[in-house]
Structure formats: structure tokens, C-alpha cells
Ligand binder design. Structure first.
Ligand code: UDP
Ligand code: MG
Length: 318
């Protein structure tokens, strides 16, 4: 049987202390397998010496290593896209550089694809979240909301730690939208996915780049990318308020004509104006969010700018 090749896409942002550890963990994990391994690191505009450490790895005798060096920080989504573009393997995995996702866990994923032709990709999901209660609650609520709002299926706790067959990677790359929300893209392209549970480790070194604000922005971006349901807020609330105002008008007319009650107006009027004004601004905001996205998409800027793509291919002497 022809030797299979595995590519690992590793987005790195401020991971100077982790990348060489990561490399060593890969050596440990794949030592006993016959598979060829290619590591594609993406330096996502790190502020520390990640690029220096990656350049050292290129010189290490061993795996085929590629480094895509971004001109600035473009975000993990862009880094994953750039990494996938530079892979050549039959199987392609996406994995974090911080060792929260152990490289050895790729072996069970490979087993699934090797032994079951019907599966096209494998995804790890967190059965039990390791984050605090509040963040876990927010993340769970996000999955419930996006699942209801969009037409695609989202699995609660599904991570970006995945393994794809080559043709699945090609499909992911064929979606070249700028506002990328990979969790949605992975579901949208379809294919048969096998979900395996896992428990993420603690970060080896450094801190997470995603704070609460970042996560909320990510969640909002995800919903706007994969659903137009928020736009219906204005339609439905418009209908509701039209109906309520007709009912109120009838009540006021009856009071005035039949009971000659003086209709007190000031407080009601102010409250209504403020309420409706707030609602109009809210709906305009939603529309604005979509227009902003259309604006960014039509500009058709590239998803990332790479300063250089380094590789040790051809320089290997084994
Ligand atoms: N990452 C990246 N660009 C960014 C932020 C993060 O490439 O702008 C990488 C980071 O180096 C890591 C992975 O994405 O390999 C996950 O990031 P992090 O560990 O900060 O997130 P968490 O695990 O807390 O969700
Ligand atoms: Mg992490």
C-alpha cells in the first residue's frame, strides 16, 4: 500500500515557548507510525520570537516543515486558511500550538479514516468544558442560538481539532469568504463527520488569546455569517408594533367618543417614542452589521498577507 502523508496545520500566535515542545510531542506521537508527516506552521503576526523558534525547527533534521509568516496578526481563522492552503497530505489535521490538544490524539482520528471509508472527517468535541461556569454557559447558549438560527448543524463543544481527507480540505478552501467562521464552514460543506470526545489539556505556556470580548465578537460574527434571522427582528417587531398601535388607537377613540374621557398623553407619548426610537436604531444596527460584511466582502481583499513562506523541502538529507 502506498505510504500516506499527514499534514498538520498549526496556527501560532505568541507561542515561542510552545513550538519546539510541540515538535517534540509530534516526534513522540508519530515515531511508531509509518505515515509521512508534514508540519505547516503559520506565524500569525506574533509579537514574541515565535518566528525565530520556527526557523530553528526548519533547520531541524526530521519532518518536512513549512512556515507561513504573516505580515501582521490576521487571526486564527486566516491562519487556518493559510495553513490548509499549504498542505499536501492525504490527511490534514488542524491543531493548536499550545499543546491543549495533544498531537498523539491524531492517531485515533487516523484510525477512524483508515478503517471506515464512509467517514470524510473526524472532529474532537469537549464532553465536559474545562472553562469556568460562566464561559461554559455562554458557549452552550451560543450553540443553542446558532443552531436555531441557521440551517446548518452545530455540535455543542465541537472544536477546530479535526482531521480531514484531502477532498474535504479542497472544499473548505473553495469557500474563500473573508469573514471566516470555520466551525460554520466545516458544517456547511457537509460530508460525513465522526465526533470523538476529548478533554483539552491546560495550556503548556503563555495565555489564551480569546478573552470574553473576543469570544462575544467571534460568536456574533458566527451568527451573522451563517444566518439572516436577525434581519427578521425588524419585520416581526414592526408587525407587532403596528398591531399594538392599532389596538391602542381603537381604545383611545372609544374613550374619547363614548366616555368623553380626556386622554392623558404626555408620559405615554414619551415612552412610545423612546421605545420605538430604540427599536428602530437596534434594527438599523443589525442591518448595518450585514452591510459592513457585504462591504468587506466586495472589497475582495485577500484573507491574509504572507511576508514569506519558508520550507525545508529539498533540504532534508535523510
Ligand atoms: N491563534 C492564532 N491567531 C490569533 C489567536 C490565536 O493563530 O490571533 C492560535 C494560537 O497560537 C493557538 C490557537 O490559535 O495555537 C488557539 O488559541 P488560544 O490557545 O489562544 O485559544 P483557546 O485555546 O483559549 O481557545
Ligand atoms: Mg489554547
Amino acid at each position: 500500500m502506498q505510504k500516506k502523508k499527514l499534514s498538520l496545520v498549526v496556527p501560532c500566535y505568541n507561542e515561542e515557548k510552545n513550538v519546539s515542545l510541540f515538535y517534540k510531542e509530534c516526534e513522540k506521537a508519530f515515531k511508531s507510525t509509518k505515515i509521512d508527516v508534514e508540519l505547516v506552521f503559520v506565524n500569525d503576526g506574533s509579537k514574541d520570537n515565535t518566528i525565530g523558534e520556527l526557523k530553528k525547527l526548519i533547520k531541524t533534521k526530521g519532518y518536512e516543515v513549512k512556515v507561513v509568516n504573516f505580515s501582521r496578526n490576521f487571526g486564527k481563522e486566516a491562519a487556518m486558511y493559510a495553513g490548509l492552503q499549504n498542505t499536501t497530505g492525504d490527511y490534514v489535521a488542524i491543531i493548536d500550538a499550545d499543546l491543549q490538544q495533544k498531537p498523539e490524539l491524531i492517531l485515533p482520528m487516523i484510525d477512524v479514516l483508515e478503517n471506515d471509508e464512509s467517514y470524510d472527517c473526524v472532529c474532537y468535541y469537549q464532553e465536559k468544558r474545562i472553562e469556568g461556569k460562566f464561559i461554559s454557559f455562554l458557549k452552550k447558549s451560543f450553540y443553542n442560538v446558532i443552531e436555531k438560527m441557521s440551517e446548518i448543524q452545530f455540535v455543542n463543544g465541537a472544536s477546530d481539532f479535526r482531521l480531514f481527507r484531502r477532498y474535504v480540505v479542497d472544499s473548505i478552501l473553495s469557500l474563500n469568504e473573508k469573514n471566516r467562521f470555520s466551525k460554520g464552514i466545516f458544517s456547511w460543506i457537509g460530508f460525513n463527520t465522526c465526533y470523538l470526545p476529548y478533554v483539552p489539556e491546560d495550556r503548556a505556556n503563555g495565555v489564551s488569546s480569546f478573552n470574553l470580548k473576543g469570544l462575544l465578537k467571534y460568536a456574533l460574527g458566527g451568527i451573522l455569517s451563517f444566518s439572516v434571522a436577525p434581519l427578521r427582528v425588524s419585520t416581526y417587531s414592526g408587525l407587532l408594533f403596528s398591531f399594538l398601535s392599532i389596538v391602542y388607537l381603537i381604545v383611545v377613540l372609544i374613550q374619547k367618543i363614548f366616555f368623553t374621557i380626556d386622554v392623558p398623553g404626555y408620559a405615554t407619548l414619551i415612552a412610545c417614542i423612546l421605545l420605538i426610537g430604540g427599536l428602530i436604531l437596534f434594527c438599523l444596527g443589525i442591518i448595518g452589521e450585514y452591510i459592513a460584511r457585504i462591504y468587506m466582502e466586495v472589497k475582495d481583499r485577500p484573507i491574509y498577507i504572507a511576508k514569506e513562506v519558508l520550507s525545508n523541502k529539498g533540504e532534508k538529507d535523510d
